[in-house]
Design a protein. Structure first.
Ligand code: PTT
Length: 615
């Protein structure tokens, strides 16, 4: 089989044993790779209702058939597990040399199970067909931040290895701890770093040797042509100047820049933290392996140290907290990277604490005021290290924190399914609100960035057309980029045509790919992920697919869209269309007929035990 390495590496940390298994070709045909492999494995292998922080949870590292090939931006890896933040399916897509080394070693997926007796890091290397895994003592690394840990591991194993690792937040089971590498690549928003921490696993380091076999040697030429095409796109030069950070100015103009815990869509000091400010202060850029569109813009933070910024980080740690100073925002970003925490969730939880303080739900001495940067920096460290009661509380994320503070707090806890919302205010964007609410991991924008299309096409409409567009986007982002496992930026940011990916897929695997195939595969993946959520929650409710009360009840008070808020009935109408188009019933549970049609008949007995399934 061309395109895939054909091997799965299974590692048991409890017994310190490992085994190499053959990749089942039907897994590749039906699920392609990356997220598809992850959900199939988690569905098949996790005991239903398992505690995500127990040894029974599994950490999945999965590449896809286009990962690490000589094509635009291919150095990506899917990291997945049952999420300790949401209790459902969780994944992230991180740029790392580990992805490249997995491909060189002919490994499509690593499944890590059990729990090491003491802090451990894995060193994996292949010699031809043989794969060797060393279980190394990580006691000396435990407690160190991600930057120091990376430097130390490189000193031991050489700077050309691939790795992912966790910081103190992952070790201390912060529910939104991520895996980090390259001093600014961070992945696995739904607490994949905490899953590593719960397994006493500090890092996975790999060196792979070998060639990646493809069906057609013409792939190299198509790949180079695709790189040239990417670089020739009209907005490529501007992208290289500002990357995602130019979204600050766009979001301000469109009134969607999250401000004061998603209460407003505009921020008075937006220019100070915008793309032009980043451009002016930039000292270098950083990127993932094989990237031609470096998106990590590095500036000096308020302490004079280097910190990498993206739009999400700026908005969530800047305007959403009322902080209008780029160097200060960069410092908060640096803390998150070093501790190994997700910036989006960190910004959300701190904004939640600010609003709770304002409303008197947290007393002012313990709490934090809008824009208080000094306290925000202390609080960020406190969340990572859990030194105070407030730090401990917030380390569980906004859903759990709000439930402790009472009903009023749940109305301004900005999450869907427990995952904190990423950086787009949806008071006047029902389509984007639906995108957040139907994202397979909780409120992340990665599966559908509908907002710019929606702003252009009529943001106050609640139409079926919007839902159809959302599904198309989810099928491309989820079905293609999360399964072939390459970066979506060439397509979404500079407009590299999808056809390039279909041609590359054919050259790598010998198999056809088009929108129709893609849509079936993504429907299969989305439906299996939905079945997983229903199984793990033990029931389902439309409320889980509905955004927070604030956007329905508390209108924008400033700017050109003053007075705007979401309409509940209109939103629910769109949600019903969404379910219908996915083949799920009115409760959001996959229909029996859909499961059978997608080849997921094996799901029916388990789901049927939880609830009566609709035909
Ligand atoms: C992603 C999420 C994002 S999405 C951002 S900024 W973005 C935040 N970045 C963080 C960071 O930095 N430090 C930190 N401590 N936490 C952070 N949390 C946030 O994490 C990222 C790029 C980006 S930058 C995006 S959109 C694209 N995402 C892709 C994706 O999801 N799939 C895909 N096939 N291609 C993608 N390409 C782009 O990659 P998560 P990364 Mg990330 C400092 O992982 O869990 O999905 O969270 O992985 O290597 O940093 O690449 O404006």
């Amino acid at each position: 089989m061309f395109g895939w390495g054909g091997r799965i590496l299974r590692i048991d940390l409890s017994s310190r044993k490992y085994a190499v298994q053959s990749l089942d070709p039907s897994l590749a045909m039906n699920f392609i790779g990356g997220r598809g492999f992850a959900i199939k494995t988690l569905w098949d292998e996790l005991p239903p209702g398992v505690d995500p922080l127990s040894p029974l949870n599994k950490l999945i590292l999965a590449v896809g058939p286009l990962t690490a090939l000589p094509i635009p931006n291919s150095g990506k890896l899917v990291v997945a597990a049952k999420s300790p933040l949401t209790g459902g399916y969780g994944d992230g897509n991180i740029g790392t040399w580990l992805a490249v080394h997995m491909r060189r070693a002919g490994i499509d997926m690593v499944i890590i199970e059990g729990k090491a007796e003491k802090p451990t890091y894995l060193y994996i290397e292949n010699r031809g067909e043989e794969i060797k895994v060393d279980f190394n003592d990580a006691s000396d690394l435990w407690g160190f931040d991600t930057f120091t840990t990376e430097d130390r591991l490189k000193k031991i194993h050489g700077s050309d290895v691939g790795m992912i690792l966790i910081g103190p937040a992952g070790e201390r089971l912060v529910r939104f701890a991520t895996v980090v590498v390259q001093k600014g690549r961070s992945g696995g928003r739904p607490g994949i770093g905490a899953v590593m921490g719960s397994k006493n696993l500090k890092a996975v380091v790999m060196r792979g040797h070998g060639d990646i076999r493809v069906a057609d040697p013409a792939l190299r030429k198509i790949g180079v042509d695709a790189i040239v095409a990417t670089k020739s796109k009209p907005n490529y030069p501007f992208w290289m100047r500002q990357g995602t950070t130019s979204t600050v100015e766009w979001a301000q103009e469109a009134s969607v820049l999250p401000t004061y815990n998603f209460s407003e869509g505009q921020f008075d000091d937006y220019e100070k933290i915008g793309g032009f400010s980043v451009e002016k202060n930039k000292v270098m850029t950083r990127s993932c392996p094989f990237c031609v569109m470096a998106c990590g813009h590095v500036v000096k933070d308020s302490e004079g140290e280097l910190a990498e910024l993206d739009y999400e980080n700026i908005a969530m740690l800047g305007s959403n907290l009322g902080i209008g100073d780029l160097a200060k925002v960069a410092h908060l970003n640096r803390i998150a990277d070093m501790m190994g925490m997700d910036t989006i969730s960190l910004g959300n939880t701190m904004a939640f604490a600010m609003e709770a303080t304002e409303r008197g739900l947290i007393n002012r001495t313990d709490g934090i005021e809008w824009g208080d940067y000094k306290k925000a920096a202390e609080l960020a460290m406190d969340i990572a290290l859990q030194r105070t009661e407030l730090g401990k509380l917030l380390s569980n994320g906004v859903r759990a924190s709000s439930m402790r503070l009472g009903q009023e707090a749940t109305e301004f806890a900005m999450h869907v399914k427990g995952l904190e919302i990423s950086a787009y205010d949806c008071h006047a964007a029902p389509g984007m609100a639906l995108a957040f609410s139907t994202s397979p991991i909780g409120a992340h924008h990665k599966d559908a960035w509908l907002i710019s299309w929606e702003v252009q096409r009529g943001r106050f409409d609640y139409t079926r057309e919007k839902v159809e567009k959302l599904i198309e986007m989810q099928d491309i982002r989820g079905g293609l980029f999360e399964t072939i496992v390459t970066c979506r930026f060439p397509w979404v940011e500079v407009g590299l045509e999808l056809d390039w990916y279909f041609r590359l897929f054919k050259a790598a695997t010998g198999m056809d790919m088009n929108m129709e195939i893609l849509s079936t595969i993504n429907n299969r993946i989305y439906t299996l992920i939905r079945a997983f959520w229903v199984r793990e929650y033990g029931h389902w409710d439309r409320a889980y697919d509905t955004p927070p009360a604030k956007w329905f009840k508390k209108p924008l008070t400033k700017g050109p869209l003053k007075g705007a808020m979401l309409n509940y009935d209109g939103y629910q109408r769109m949600l019903s269309w969404y379910y219908e188009l996915r083949g799920w019933d009115e409760r959001g549970i996959p229909r029996k007929s859909t499961l059978s049609r997608l080849g997921l008949g094996y799901v029916i007995p388990q789901l049927g035990r939880i609830t009566a399934l609709t035909e």
